[in-house]
Design a protein around this ligand. Sequence first.
Ligand code: NAD
Length: 396
Amino acid sequence: MRIAVLGGDGFCGWPTSLHLSNLGHEVHIVDNLSRRWIDTELGVQSLTPMDSIQERCRIWKQVSGNEIRFHLLDLAKEYQRLRLWLDEYRPDAIIHFAEQRAAPYSMKSDRHKVYTVDNNVSATHNLLTALVETGIDAHLVHLGTMGVYGYSTIGAPIPEGYLDVSVETDSGAKGMEILYPTRPGSVYHMTKSLDQILFQFYAQNDALRITDLHQGIVWGTHTDQTKRHEQLINRFDYDGDYGTVLNRFLIQAAIDYPLTVHGTGGQTRAFIHIQDTVRCIELALGDAPEKGERVKIFNQMTETHRVRDLAEMVARMTGAEIAFLPNPRKEAAENELIVKNDHFIDLGLNPIKLESGLLEEVVHVAKKYAHRVDRKHVPCVSAWTKDIAKRVVHDP
Ligand code: NAD
């Protein structure tokens, strides 16, 4: 297949591009490199040394013989170029990763809120309307997040996208199927909730074929392909805005920094290893919806953990200490999270579990590159409200 990977220079997009190229697909990366600019804005860098996207593609060609082409394009701001690009390349499938994806970054200031909404909602909508306009019947696979459910977790299993409800009417109870209600806990998660409505509309109105993957927090760095050459290494964000919780714990342990747990650490989150992410995308591509079918929604996660249990697991493996700090987020102190992930398991996913994969990450990645860490960027200080900002701790 000819596959466009939008956001293919990012943490999930790069290993996905390699994985699909390795399977023999013709891969085109489309990215505006905004994530690299945000590193510059924040004064941080990936823990792992990243080459330019052009250099990464050159090394991949050398290692595999396969070509990945890079196209510099802003999905949110360059609608006409996007439409022309689609018309010229006419992909069979499109994987859409190209959004601002950090909840703390989206809550940093009013400017960051505006940027996140403009970027994410426009990127998704521009893509959808350009597909309609060009008449391209590509299967669109979007990376959504389990985080859209935020406060709507009540301890009952979260289904894969849809909920059957029964509503009392004058003529008795009527059943209907609705999107499982979202209750986002950040501006970033709010944009992902809006994406769902855009997808529902374009699948119903224009028969676009769409799969929305509600992904858990991705951990790990390497996949089989990124390991093939030092210069193919994936990015690894450790800073307080972009570093996802487990990757932050790993780097904290590697540099003798206390593992920073917010509040009681009673928040339960869903997780998936990056190797399973790329495999899930391959599986989703092979299970495309028919024209006119509703949006397919899969929960792309493999296990759930409480944050304090994760910290204890990393502390046990490494001897690190744990520091409990005030929570910069506005969220429930404790929550249950039970998630159905039958679709991917039925399609043959055999997940990498935390207990078995974690040590390799600590030794081979976190410790190896610990000298590149700037300690002052490790704490999470982006607060959800102005009141909470007064309680945020900058140094544990
Ligand atoms: P990332 O920030 O590393 O990558 C996103 C890429 O998209 C970057 O290379 C960026 O430059 C590009 N991009 C952003 N806006 C763009 C635009 N307007 N035009 C063109 N390119 C643009 O993020 P990631 O961790 O790889 O996440 C990818 C997707 O997966 C995101 O949509 C995110 O919401 C979703 N997701 C990620 C995680 C996770 O733990 N990393 C968890 C759940 C869902």
